[in-house]
Design a protein around this ligand. Sequence first.
Ligand code: BT5
Length: 242
Amino acid sequence: MPGTWRRILLESTGSTNDFLKEGLLGLSDRTVVRAVRQTSGKGRLGRTWESPPGGLYASILLVPPPSPEHASRVALLIADIICGELLRAGIGACVKWPNDVIAGDGKIAGILPEYGTFPVPWFVTGMGVNLAAAPSIPGRNGPPPAAWARFAPPPDPDALLDRLLLELDEAWPDRTLDPISDRAEGITGRLWMSGREVEVVRGERLDTGIVKGIDAQGRLLLSTGSGMIYLDSGELSPVRSR
Ligand code: BT5
């Protein structure tokens, strides 16, 4: 089992990912920061993560980082671990590839992996879980935000973070290994929109097909009119009615 996590608790910060990235030279491997409040939480691709009171907002730092091909799969692993916590609490949940968790019909958690090489090679992954409350995001294109409290009494953020870190270490004890190769089948069984028709947008490209699962590299398998395709990244949504 890897060593202990060095914990930092902040009352408030802009973004826990940014906190770690800005302090890279002074922070050690396996630092985890949790903020009670985030004032400018981030999603992917410059999007915003709304951080209502009582949620879990935390990021972990790994120095040295996992290899670039493994790094993005860590988000999928953490999403699956959070999904498992919800299922154990009796809440119907699934993993929305590549980095979200859905409970009921709403988005309850999102994961943000980031990595770079300056000033040292680093890897930071943030996780946001709506516990006490979900924000209202009018006009959101995708599952509406949902909070744990809608389904069951939510856990304490620190207690939940402890369990997530423990499970992360159990599932991925050695960062030179692939984080998800053993779990692809399990994640496929908990995949949002499995067997249903979706659209996946990546930049200018749009693919439509039936979700078949994920492979050992964490790629989404989509059965399209022109055969099976394997997607490394993208934004998945139910197919718009025509
Ligand atoms: C994500 O991005 O889902 C990654 C979210 C990561 C948040 C954590 S919190 C701790 C750490 N520090 C940070 O600054 N970030 C990480 P993405 O897949 O791009 O989804 C973003 C979209 O989700 C937004 O554009 C909104 O539509 C929606 N959204 C924003 N806040 C939400 C919330 N609290 N609950 C559900 N959906 C939300």
